[in-house]
Write a protein that binds this ligand. Structure first.
Ligand code: 13P
Ligand code: SF4
Length: 325
């Protein structure tokens, strides 16, 4: 459908109940909304499925809906499209990128790969389709350690693009993977000084952190895991207070599942009180409504690239199923 010029600037009737409208459009168009935990609370509440990167890829693989609206960032929607080339994949804001994916340009990565000819390439899902096409196996923070450990001990490995996750896996598995020098703007900005002060003020709080954080922060953590692993940990832990070192969107689900517990977002090294991903937060209920109504913006991919990027993603999904993840 051709969009009228400037449709995004169009004012949405303030009398509209966006929850009602979105639910109506979802049903009418056989659309599913997949949302990452880093989305705003209202988006999480309207989503059909909320998850971390692995959960979202698995859900995208099995959906029977004709339209997938991806409330996350570009590389996530791209993964959903790669797994569903014949479905329409909508992304509420095409500008929702990722600093980590941007830190790994395909031409530089191809040269890096050439410099390490006998290495297997394991790539974190937070990268572009071009980088996936240059990879042997994709991983997420949920399955990275399992995937690395499934390879022979003497297998040489390139790990890209997140150097912090790579260093964490090296430490955990005793490997010496060659790391690409990339990082996430959200997870590398936590302040050790502010975290230490926060822990002194809240001595009973457990520190829980995402492995994209820097190693000096991870050293203080009582538990390290993917977004889903962090959420599950807060449910099973007997602690009543947690200092959370990841994007603040996850606090919505933590608070929802454990209303009697206290979740303190760890402050970043700037003047903000919490740590939002500016890319994830580009999505809004209004943009989701417009995307579903006009079926735009749609994610379109080159067929050859899609097929090349698909192989390492399927490998990851196959291994994850084998590991029971
Ligand atoms: P997970 O979804 O694997 O926890 O990764 C977090 C992230 O940074 C997503 O952009
Ligand atoms: Fe990328 Fe970091 Fe935002 Fe995730 S949180 S989308 S890795 S910038």
């Amino acid at each position: 459908m051709e969009l009228e010029k400037g449709f995004l600037q169009k004012k949405i009737d303030p009398a509209l109940d966006l929850f009602e409208e979105i639910n109506y459009l979802k049903k009418k168009k056989n659309a599913v909304i997949l949302a990452h935990y880093y989305q705003d609370a209202d988006i999480q509440d309207i989503a059909d499925y909320i998850g971390d990167s692995l959960g979202l890829a698995q859900e995208a693989q099995k959906t029977s809906s004709e339209i997938i609206l991806f409330a996350g960032v570009h590389f996530m929607a791209e993964t959903a499209k790669i797994l569903n080339p014949n479905k329409k994949v909508l992304i509420p804001d095409l500008k929702a990128g990722c600093s980590l994916a941007d830190s790994c340009p395909p031409d530089r990565f191809a040269a890096f790969k050439k410099d390490h000819p006998d290495h297997i390439v394991i790539t974190y899902i937070n990268c572009t389709a071009e980088i996936k096409a240059l990879s042997d196996i994709i991983c997420t923070s949920s399955n990275a350690v399992h995937i690395v450990e499934s390879l022979a001990k003497d297998q040489k490995i390139i790990f890209a693009p997140d150097k912090n996750l790579g260093a964490y896996i090296n430490k955990k598995t005793g490997r010496n993977m060659v790391l690409w020098d990339g990082s996430c703007m959200v997870h590398e900005i936590f302040s050790l000084e502010k975290l230490t002060k926060l822990k002194i003020q809240n001595p009973n709080a457990e520190i829980i952190a995402h492995p994209e954080c820097e190693s000096n922060i991870l050293e203080l953590a009582d538990f390290i895991g993917s977004t889903t692993a962090l959420l599950n940990y807060t449910k099973r832990s007997t602690s009543k207070e947690f200092i959370v070192l990841t994007e603040t969107g996850i606090l919505h689900q933590m608070q929802k599942s454990c209303p009697d517990k206290t979740f303190i977002p760890a402050p970043p090294n700037n003047n903000c009180a919490c740590n939002d991903c500016p890319h994830m937060k580009l999505n809004t209920l209004e943009k989701i409504y417009i995307a579903l109504k006009y079926e735009q913006p749609e994610l379109i991919m080159d067929e050859k690239l899609l097929n090349e990027a698909k192989k390492p993603i399927l490998k990851m999904l196959e291994l994850s199923a084998k590991f029971g993840l």
